[in-house]
Design a protein around this ligand. Structure first.
Ligand SMILES: [Zn+2]
Length: 492
C-alpha cells in the first residue's frame, strides 16, 4: 500500500547532522501513502457537457456524502457559471470540455480550443487548483503534446476504445493525454449501483484508479448533455457504498488524483530526529506552468509516543497515531514538518471521533490501519487541520486585517480579540485546512456566512455537524461568521 519508503540509516543521519550530538539523532522511517489517507484504491467521477442537472442534481447528491467530482464544461454552450462556481466552492473540480464541442463521432476539438477553453474557464471560475484537466469531445485527442502543455490530464473515454486500459494502476495511465474513463448510462456499460461498486471494489483489490464518465441523468434537465443518460440513483448508491468503505476507497476529482500521483512519484520524504522532535522534509521538483503540485500528500512516520503535535510552518496539521505511526497530510515544498511529542496543549476537536470506525458494514472488513471519522466531510481519514486557538494557521496577521463586512463594523474591528472572547464560550470555530478550504467545526444549526476581503458575501450555509468545508476560493483574507461570532482566516 505504500509506494515509497525512505529510511535514513543511523550512520547517514549522524553524518548528515554531525554538528549535533550524535545521541540525539536517530533514524526515522517516513512513508507516503499510495493514495490519500493510505486508502487502497481511487475512484473519480467525471461529468461532461455542463448539464443544468449537474448543478441541480449531481451537486446535492455528492454533497450528501461529502464527495467531489469533475465537471467538464463546454464554454460555448452557456453553462450555468454561477452554479458551477458553487460546485467549485464545495471542492468540485471544474475542467474543460472544449469551447465548441464539434459534433460527429471521432471528430477532435479544434486544437486552438485547448488553451482558449482553459483561459475562459479560468476567467469565470475561481478554484484552488485551477483548470488542470481536459475531457475531449468525442473522446478524441486533438494532439497529445499540445494538450500536455496546458493540462496535467487529457481524458479520453473507455480506454479499450483506444487500445488503452479501462482501469489504471497506482501510477495512473501510460499516457497522461489518454486517461481513460468508463462510460455510464444507457449507452455505457455502467448502469446500476452494482456496476459502479463492482469497479470500485476492483480497484480496492488491485490498488488502482478507476474513472467514470457520465453525461446527464434520466428524467432530469440535461440541456445539451442528452447522450447516454444515467440513473442518478445508481450514482447515489455508488457514493453511499464509497462512504461506507471510505477507509478503502478514495473518491476525488480526476485532477486532484492526478496531482497526487505525480507528486507522490516525484516526492522525496526524509525524516530526522533531534531533541525529541522529528523533522520531516517533503519536497519534489516538478515544475511547469500548469500546476503548483501543492495537493497534500498523506504521510506516516514511525512513532512511539501516544500524543503528537504536527506542524508545517505555522500550520498545525490534523494527525492521528495508530499502530506505531503518526499519520498526517502535508503539502510538498510547504516547509519543514515538525512532530513534537506532547500534544503541545493543543486540542484536536475531530480526534475524538477519529477513533470511531465508519457506521457502516464496512467496519467489519479488514482495515489497512486507518480509522474513519464518519462525520467528517473531507478526504483524510484521520481528519483535517485542527483549529485550536493557540495554533490556528489560518488567523491572519493583524497588520493586514480585511475590510469590514457591511453592517458589522463595530464587531469586526480587531477580529483576533473578538475571536478570543467569543470562541472561548462557543464550540464553533473556523480554519483553513490543508487543501485550502475554509472549514467550520461544531456549528450545528448555526448560520454560516463567509465574507471576502471586500466585505462581499461569498458563501452562506447552515452548520450541519462537527466538521464541514464551506468555501474554497482565491488566496486572501476572509471573515467567517458563525451565528453571531466572527473569525478571520486566510487562504494561502
Ligand atoms: Zn461531450
Amino acid at each position: 500500500m505504500v509506494s515509497k519508503k525512505f529510511a535514513l540509516s543511523p550512520a547517514l543521519a549522524i553524518g548528515a547532522f554531525g554538528l549535533f550530538a550524535a545521541t540525539s539523532v536517530f533514524a526515522q522511517d517516513v512513508e507516503i501513502g499510495t493514495w490519500a489517507g493510505f486508502r487502497k484504491g481511487a475512484a473519480s467521477f467525471t461529468f461532461d457537457d455542463g448539464a443544468p442537472s449537474h448543478v441541480s442534481d449531481a451537486g446535492p447528491t455528492f454533497k450528501k456524502y461529502g464527495y467531489t467530482g469533475t465537471f467538464n464544461l463546454v464554454t460555448g454552450w452557456n453553462p450555468n457559471w454561477s452554479g458551477f462556481q458553487g460546485l467549485a466552492d464545495e471542492g468540485h473540480e471544474i475542467a474543460s470540455h472544449s469551447d465548441s464541442h464539434p459534433g460527429g463521432n471521432g471528430t477532435p476539438m479544434p486544437a486552438g480550443e485547448i488553451s482558449t477553453s482553459k483561459s475562459t474557464i479560468a476567467g469565470k471560475i475561481k478554484q484552488k487548483y485551477g483548470v488542470v484537466t481536459l475531457a475531449y469531445p468525442n473522446c478524441k485527442s486533438p494532439g497529445d503534446q499540445q494538450v500536455l502543455q496546458s493540462y496535467i490530464v487529457g481524458r479520453i473515454c473507455n480506454g479499450s476504445w483506444e487500445g488503452q486500459q479501462d482501469v489504471m494502476g497506482k501510477d495512473g495511465p501510460s499516457n497522461w493525454a489518454k486517461v481513460p474513463a468508463t462510460m455510464t448510462g444507457s449507452d455505457g456499460q455502467i448502469k446500476s449501483t452494482n456496476d459502479f461498486t463492482g469497479q470500485m471494489q476492483g480497484v480496492v483489490k488491485s490498488g488502482g484508479w478507476v474513472a467514470f464518465l457520465t453525461h446527464g441523468f434520466q428524467g432530469k434537465s440535461n440541456g445539451s448533455a442528452n447522450y447516454s443518460p444515467t440513473d442518478l440513483g445508481a450514482i447515489d448508491g455508488a457514493l453511499q457504498w464509497a462512504k461506507q468503505n471510505d477507509k478503502d476507497i478514495w473518491v476525488a476529482p480526476m485532477g486532484h488524483v492526478a496531482m497526487y500521483i505525480k507528486e507522490r512519484k516525484a516526492a522525496k520524504a526524509e525524516a530526522s530526529s533531534n531533541g525529541g522532535n522529528i523533522t520531516v522534509k517533503l519536497t519534489h521538483s516538478i515544475k511547469d506552468n500548469i500546476s503548483d503540485y501543492d495537493y497534500p500528500l498523506s504521510l506516516r512516520v514511525k512513532y512511539d509516543g501516544s500524543k503528537a503535535t504536527v506542524k508545517q510552518g505555522d500550520a498545525t496539521l490534523e494527525s492521528k497515531i495508530d499502530g506505531g505511526y503518526v499519520y498526517f497530510d502535508a503539502v510538498p515544498n510547504g516547509g519543514d514538518i515538525v512532530i513534537s511529542g506532547e500534544g503541545g496543549g493543543t486540542t484536536q476537536p475531530t480526534e475524538s471521533s477519529s477513533s470511531v470506525g465508519p457506521s457502516s458494514a464496512a467496519s467489519s472488513s479488514s482495515n489497512p490501519g486507518q480509522k474513519v471519522s464518519s462525520s467528517s466531510h473531507h478526504t483524510s481519514p484521520w481528519g483535517n487541520r485542527s483549529s485550536s486557538s493557540g495554533t490556528n494557521p489560518a488567523v491572519s496577521s493583524s497588520s493586514q486585517g480585511p475590510a469590514t463586512p457591511a453592517g458589522t463594523s463595530s464587531s469586526i474591528a480587531g477580529p483576533d480579540a473578538i475571536v478570543a472572547a467569543e470562541f472561548d464560550s462557543n464550540p464553533a470555530s473556523a480554519y483553513v485546512d490543508a487543501s485550502g478550504y475554509i472549514t467550520v467545526i461544531n456549528a450545528q444549526g448555526m448560520n454560516i456566512t463567509v465574507f471576502n476581503s471586500l466585505g462581499h458575501v461569498v458563501r452562506t450555509t447552515k452548520g450541519i455537524g462537527c466538521l464541514q468545508k464551506v468555501y474554497s476560493g482565491a488566496k486572501g483574507v476572509y471573515i467567517v461568521r458563525i451565528g453571531n461570532k466572527a473569525k478571520t482566516v486566510s487562504i494561502k
